[in-house]
Design a protein around this ligand. Structure first.
Ligand SMILES: *Cc1c(COP(=O)(O)O)cnc(C)c1O
Length: 378
C-alpha cells in the first residue's frame, strides 16, 4: 500500500499526519454563487448580489495609478482609507478597521473573541460566513429560529447562556432580504449581557429605504459591545478587490488590529476604496437603479404567481410551490440553460427558494421572461 492510498482513505490511518484543530473538519466549505450557465456561457450573472452598474470611474483610475508601483508594500494600517471612510460617514477613523472583504473582518472578530467552549448565536437563515467563522475559531454555533424569514430577537435572547460570547446579525439579512428595525436591534442589545459582542453586518445598508432602519453606526458608536461591518463589494462594485471595514469601540478595534495580518488590505483596494467612498453620485445612481427595479422585479414575479419575500436589499428571495425543492431546482436549471445564473439557497435551509440579484434592465426583463416561459410549459 503506497502513501496515496493511505491518505485518500478518509478517516482511516490518519493518526500519523497533522491534525486540524477539533471542529475544523466539521465546517461546511462556503459555496459561492455559480458564475456560468450550463453551456459555459453567462448571459446574466445574478447569483452574488453584485451591482449591475460596474465600478466608479474614479475608483478604476485610482487602481491604474497604484498598478504602476506593485513592488511597494501598501500602508498596513489603511490610514488614508480609514480617514476617507470617516469623513464620508462621520466617524472617528481610529475606531475603524479595514479588511480583505468584510468576510475577513468577520473572521477577525471571531478569532479575537471566540475559542473552544464558547457559543456564538446567529439566526436560522443567517449569512453562512458566520457559521464558518465561529467554527474556525473553535467555538460552537447556536442557531436561533426565525419568524416569517426574519431575525427573531426573542429567539436569540432565549438562547443566551453563560457560554455565549457573540451574536451575529446580518441587517438586512442575506439571503432573505428582510431587516430588523432599529427598535428591535436596540431591544436585542439591551437584552444581551455586557460581555457578549453584538456584530451587526450591514453589507446592504445603503440600499435600505426605511425610516425605521439604522445600520448599526449609532449603537457601535455608543456601546462597549457592538461592532458594525460594511463592505465595498456590493453597492460600491468592488467585490473583486476584496475590501470591507468594521466600526466599533476602541478596545475592540485595538484587539482586532493585533491579530490581523500586517498588510491585510492591498494598495489597489485602499486607493479604489478611497475614490469609491467619495464618489457619492455613483452611490446615488445605484440606489436609484435599485429603487426602480426592486419593486418592478417583485411585482412581476408576483404576477407570475410566485411568492416573494419583501426585500430591502438588492436581491429578492423567490419561493416556488413546495415540491421538495424540485420546482425551484427545475427553474434554476431552466435559467442556467439560458445562461442566466441565479442562486439556489438549499444550504440556507430554503430548498424551495431561489435568490435573484437585481440586475440591469436587460437582465431583469430576461429573467422574468424566462420564468414566465418556464411556468407556462408545465
Ligand atoms: C456580500 C455580503 C458580505 C460582503 O462580504 P465581502 O467579504 O465584503 O465581499 C457580508 N455580509 C453579507 C450578509 C453579505 O451578503
Amino acid at each position: 500500500m503506497n502513501e496515496m492510498t493511505t491518505v485518500t482513505e478518509a478517516g482511516k490511518a490518519t493518526a500519523n499526519r497533522p491534525q486540524p484543530r477539533p471542529g475544523v473538519l466539521d465546517i461546511a466549505p462556503y459555496v459561492p454563487g455559480k458564475s456560468k450557465g450550463s453551456h459555459g456561457k453567462t448571459v446574466h450573472k445574478l447569483s452574488s448580489n453584485e451591482t449591475p452598474l460596474g465600478t466608479s470611474d474614479a475608483a478604476r483610475a485610482a487602481i491604474e495609478a497604484v498598478a504602476r508601483n506593485l513592488e511597494l508594500y501598501p500602508d498596513g494600517s489603511s490610514a488614508e482609507l480609514r480617514a476617507a471612510i470617516g469623513e464620508v460617514y462621520g466617524l472617528n477613523p481610529d475606531r475603524i478597521i479595514c479588511g480583505a472583504g468584510s468576510d475577513e473582518v468577520l473572521s477577525l472578530i471571531a478569532y479575537g473573541y471566540l475559542g473552544q467552549g464558547d457559543e456564538a448565536i446567529y439566526s436560522e437563515h443567517g449569512f453562512l460566513v458566520y457559521d464558518i467563522a465561529i467554527r474556525a475559531a473553535g467555538a460552537t454555533p447556536v442557531i436561533a429560529p426565525e419568524k416569517d424569514l426574519t431575525t427573531d430577537v426573542d429567539a436569540i435572547l432565549e438562547r443566551v447562556t453563560d457560554k455565549t460570547r457573540m451574536v451575529f446579525i446580518a441587517n438586512p439579512n442575506n439571503p432573505t432580504g428582510t431587516y430588523l428595525p432599529f427598535e428591535e436591534v436596540k431591544r436585542l442589545h439591551e437584552g444581551l449581557p455586557a460581555n457578549v459582542l453584538l456584530v451587526l453586518d450591514a453589507a446592504y445598508a445603503e440600499y435600505v429605504r426605511r425610516n425605521d432602519y439604522e445600520s448599526g453606526l449609532e449603537l457601535a458608536a455608543t456601546s462597549d459591545n457592538v461592532i458594525m461591518t460594511r463592505t465595498f463589494s456590493k453597492i460600491y462594485g468592488l467585490a473583486n478587490l476584496r475590501l470591507g471595514w468594521g466600526f466599533g469601540p476602541a478596545h475592540v478595534i485595538d484587539a482586532l488590529n493585533r491579530i490581523r495580518g500586517p498588510f491585510n488590505v492591498n494598495g489597489m483596494a485602499i486607493a479604489a476604496g478611497m475614490a469609491a467612498v467619495r464618489d457619492r453620485d455613483f452611490v446615488t445612481r445605484s440606489i436609484e437603479h435599485n429603487d426602480t427595479w426592486l419593486p418592478w422585479v417583485t411585482a412581476e414575479l408576483e404576477k407570475l404567481g410566485l411568492k416573494v419575500t419583501p426585500s430591502v436589499g438588492n436581491f429578492v428571495l423567490v419561493h416556488f410551490p413546495d415540491e421538495d425543492g424540485k420546482r425551484a431546482a427545475d427553474a434554476d436549471a431552466y435559467l442556467l440553460e439560458r445562461g442566466c445564473v441565479l442562486r439556489m439557497v438549499g444550504n440556507y435551509g430554503l430548498p424551495n427558494s431561489i435568490r435573484m440579484t437585481i440586475g440591469s434592465e436587460d437582465a431583469n426583463r430576461a429573467i422574468i421572461g424566462h420564468l414566465k416561459d418556464f411556468l407556462e410549459q408545465k
